[in-house]
Design a binder for this molecule. Structure first.
Ligand SMILES: NC(=O)C1=CN([C@@H]2O[C@H](COP(=O)(O)OP(=O)(O)OC[C@H]3O[C@@H](n4cnc5c(N)ncnc54)[C@H](OP(=O)(O)O)[C@@H]3O)[C@@H](O)[C@H]2O)C=CC1
Ligand SMILES: O=C(O)[C@@H]1CCC=N1
Length: 282
């Protein structure tokens, strides 16, 4: 496992889902992790597990071989400007963006113009993770930048694989993957809430209904994941008895165009990613 340091610029939900999970899984020692953000209270959970914290983005960059940029995309340019120009000429930096929408060329170009101006090489990668990483059940896709080495890619997969499924994909598809699983995991929660609501309406206690709804979703997912050739329609048919309860429920879902709703949600999330990638705060 890597002995190099991993820095995070931004200490919020997704940074925690990655960094704190890697420490808990002992992929990284707390002493290998440093995190920066402007708000003290977001740094507390990191300090609680022994990681270094700072308000200075430049300190993260100066002291880490690998840096994950985890601010909102709109704040990336400002965060980079706040980091200032790098002074440590020994550092062979590898910088990873998990920010939705921002193209690798924009990410790399901003790093070069604001931080690494004294040299023209920085290894970069663009990753789309999801919050399932918090429980070691994440998804991630990535694309490597032009100057990234095989060593960088190996380092990246060492960080991603212990907490997620991980696939290398063309960068042009990352916004669509974001819609599918980074935003997509968020589309699962209203389903769980609504299924629990339906059960509560029919007299089942809230807590039990939510646990059972989640276990039901997990069971459906496992049935797909355990068989490379299965189609969801086949599984749906296997549950629908003629004249039975399931087809009665499916007919209700179809009234509300449920499949169209999910297709539209993923298209909307993809398009929003493309829009966010065009925002230039400079
Ligand atoms: N949440 C998710 O499920 C996913 C998020 N992402 C991407 O991850 C990134 C982070 O998202 P998320 O964790 O949800 O957001 P959060 O708002 O939870 O975290 C963002 C962090 O960035 C910090 N920040 C803001 N400005 C600066 C700055 N100038 N310098 C350093 N840190 C700064 C914030 O600090 P403060 O609050 O003090 O301003 C906060 O700690 C986004 O780009 C998002 O697109 C990608 C996939 C999934
Ligand atoms: O909603 C967002 O913008 C972030 C990116 C993907 C998931 N959450």
């Amino acid at each position: 496992m890597t002995t190099k340091r991993l820095g995070f610029i931004g200490a919020g939900q997704m940074a925690k889902a990655i960094g704190i999970s890697l420490v808990k899984k002992e992929v990284l020692k707390p002493s290998q992790v440093i995190v920066s953000c402007p708000e003290e209270h977001l740094l507390v959970p990191w300090r609680d597990i022994g990681c270094a914290t700072t308000f200075d983005n430049g300190e993260v960059i100066e002291t880490s071989e690998n840096v994950i940029w985890a601010t909102k995309p709109q704040f990336f340019a400002r965060a980079a400007q706040q980091a200032g120009t790098i002074k440590n000429p020994q550092l062979k930096p590898f910088h990873i963006s998990i920010m939705a929408g921002i193209p690798l060329a924009t990410f790399t170009g901003t790093l070069l113009s604001t931080i690494f101006s004294s040299r023209n090489q920085v290894g970069t990668a663009r990753v789309m993770p999801n919050v399932g990483m918090k429980v070691g059940a994440g998804c991630a896709v990535y694309s490597m930048g032009e100057k990234a080495s095989e060593e960088h890619e190996k380092t990246l997969t060492q960080f991603l694989s212990p907490i997620s499924d991980c696939y290398k994909v063309p960068e042009s598809q990352i916004n669509a993957y974001c819609g599918l699983f980074a935003s997509g995991i968020g589309f699962m929660f209203p389903i769980l809430e609504a299924m629990s609501d339906g059960a509560v309406k029919m007299g089942i206690p809230r807590e039990l209904s939510l646990k059972i709804a989640a276990q039901t979703m997990k069971g459906a997912a496992e049935l797909i994941l355990n068989d490379d050739h299965i189609h969801p329609g086949t599984l749906k048919d296997s549950v629908c008895s003629p004249g039975g309860t399931t087809i009665a429920g499916i007919a209700e879902l179809e009234k509300f165009r449920i499949r169209h709703a999910f297709i539209s949600a993923i298209v909307a999330a993809t398009e929003k990613g493309e829009e966010l990638g065009k925002i230039d705060e400079n």
